[in-house]
Design a binder for this molecule. Structure first.
Ligand SMILES: O=C(CO)COP(=O)(O)O
Length: 127
């Protein structure tokens, strides 16, 4: 089965997400990708990735992805959070990260961890 990966980035981290995704583009093309609205739009437009786009984060996109995750439909979350900027939907963000912990789903919230998770998933997909 294709790895199912959620890609989410706050505004200040969206350029990092694009750069990250470009580095794993061949692998990501073979995955089922879900993303919050604006992040997904950029990944689709700038990298040509096929994305299951949810609502924008502040409008419930994190919660939609969390619901998929709780239903066992997501294998890993790459969530490049901005730790320096208050977000209006902080409870939604915490709910998604908590759901990852409750359901033991890998959740990378910074670039270093994102590289570790994606490189490992890429290796596993080759086997
Ligand atoms: O706010 C977000 C995650 O909490 C991201 O949402 P967007 O991708 O729509 O900007």
């Amino acid at each position: 089965m294709k790895p199912r990966i959620a890609l989410i980035a706050h505004d200040m981290k969206k350029d990092d997400m694009i750069t990250l995704a470009a580095q794993y583009i061949d692998f990501l093309r073979g995955c089922h990708l879900v993303a919050t609205g604006t992040t997904g739009g950029r990944l689709a437009n700038e990298l040509g990735l096929t994305i299951d786009r949810k609502h924008s984060g502040p409008f419930g996109g994190d919660l939609q992805i969390g619901a998929h995750l709780v239903d066992g439909q997501i294998d890993a979350v790459i969530f490049l959070r901005d730790p320096m900027t208050p977000q209006p939907h902080e409870p939604d963000i915490n709910a998604l990260v908590r759901a990852c912990d409750v359901h033991n789903v890998a959740c990378a919230t910074n670039l270093s961890t994102a590289h570790l998770v994606l490189s490992q998933l890429k290796l596993a997909a080759r086997k």
